[in-house]
Design a protein around this ligand. Structure first.
Ligand SMILES: [Zn+2]
Length: 261
């Protein structure tokens, strides 16, 4: 009886009935790791209408420390469709690849520094006040995933000896019908301050303590080994000088969580 129950449990859990001689293929999932916001700086931006805006600029970084690469593939039937349908390609031990449909969108973006295909909402940025309330959301048009630097942290899998995803997301090819982007094992995707979307407009914000929160894969659209390391934050204090002008910035602690204290 106990054996029958165990067998039923194994069947329910999807375990094979007979032990096969070959080991089951191992799914080599990526593991995206969000690094804390860095390189924070407040910059004045003079507008054409004579007003000055103050931008809190920052860099963002996501590393893949998983067993396999993150591969996002977008495809469309014709250029009449602006949005590409996205799939995630997951490597399996032995060399095979599995395809997962993912509810992410990929679009061509036409901007000064961009002119290529972006994965929308790969990362999200938030500025929260001391009470934890959302003060400013991000305004980024998406991400071109590439291998920008080698991570200093050991990966679960074998670090790719060379960058793999380097083609800049079909730059200057607005009529492309497909695009492949990703992050290889042991590599990181970096966005520097001042690039499109890498800032918050903090003009008129009250002085005080804030937390900048970066999240990767916030909707868990992409399959990965762990979702526990997908958020990171940096604390900061803004103070307004007497007589106004560029807010003063003091950068506090960074942590691998949505709140540092
Ligand atoms: Zn871009």
């Amino acid at each position: 009886m106990r054996r029958a129950l165990a067998l039923a449990a194994a069947v329910l859990a999807g375990a094979p009935l007979a032990a096969a001689a070959r080991p089951a293929p191992r799914v080599l999932l990526p593991d995206l790791v969000q690094r804390p916001p860095a390189k924070l700086v407040v910059l004045p931006l003079d507008e054409d209408d004579g007003t000055t805006h103050y931008l809190l600029a920052f860099s963002s970084r996501v590393e893949n420390l998983g067993l396999g690469p993150l591969i996002v593939h977008g495809v469309r039937r014709s250029i009449a469709t602006p949005t590409l349908t996205a799939t995630q390609l997951v490597r399996v031990s032995g060399g095979a690849t599995r395809t997962r449909n993912v509810p992410l969108q990929i679009r061509y973006v036409e901007e000064q520094t961009h002119r290529h295909f972006h994965v929308l909402h790969f990362e999200t940025y938030e500025l929260r006040n001391a009470a934890g309330a959302l003060v400013l959301p991000d305004h980024k048009t998406g991400f071109c995933l590439t291998d920008d630097y080698r991570s200093r942290t050991r990966s679960a899998g074998k670090t790719a000896p060379q960058p793999v995803f380097t083609d800049q997301c079909a730059r200057d090819e607005p009529d492309a019908l497909s695009v492949t982007e990703g992050i290889a094992v042991g590599w990181g995707d970096l966005y520097l301050p001042i690039l499109e979307g890498q800032s918050f407009d903090v003009t008129g914000l009250p002085e005080g303590r804030y937390t900048m929160v970066h999240r990767v894969n916030a909707t868990r659209a992409l399959a990965e080994r762990s979702y526990a390391n997908d958020v990171a934050a940096t604390e900061l204090t803004l103070s307004i000088p007497d007589g106004g002008g560029t807010p003063r910035l003091a950068v506090g602690r960074s942590c691998a969580a949505a709140r540092c204290s």
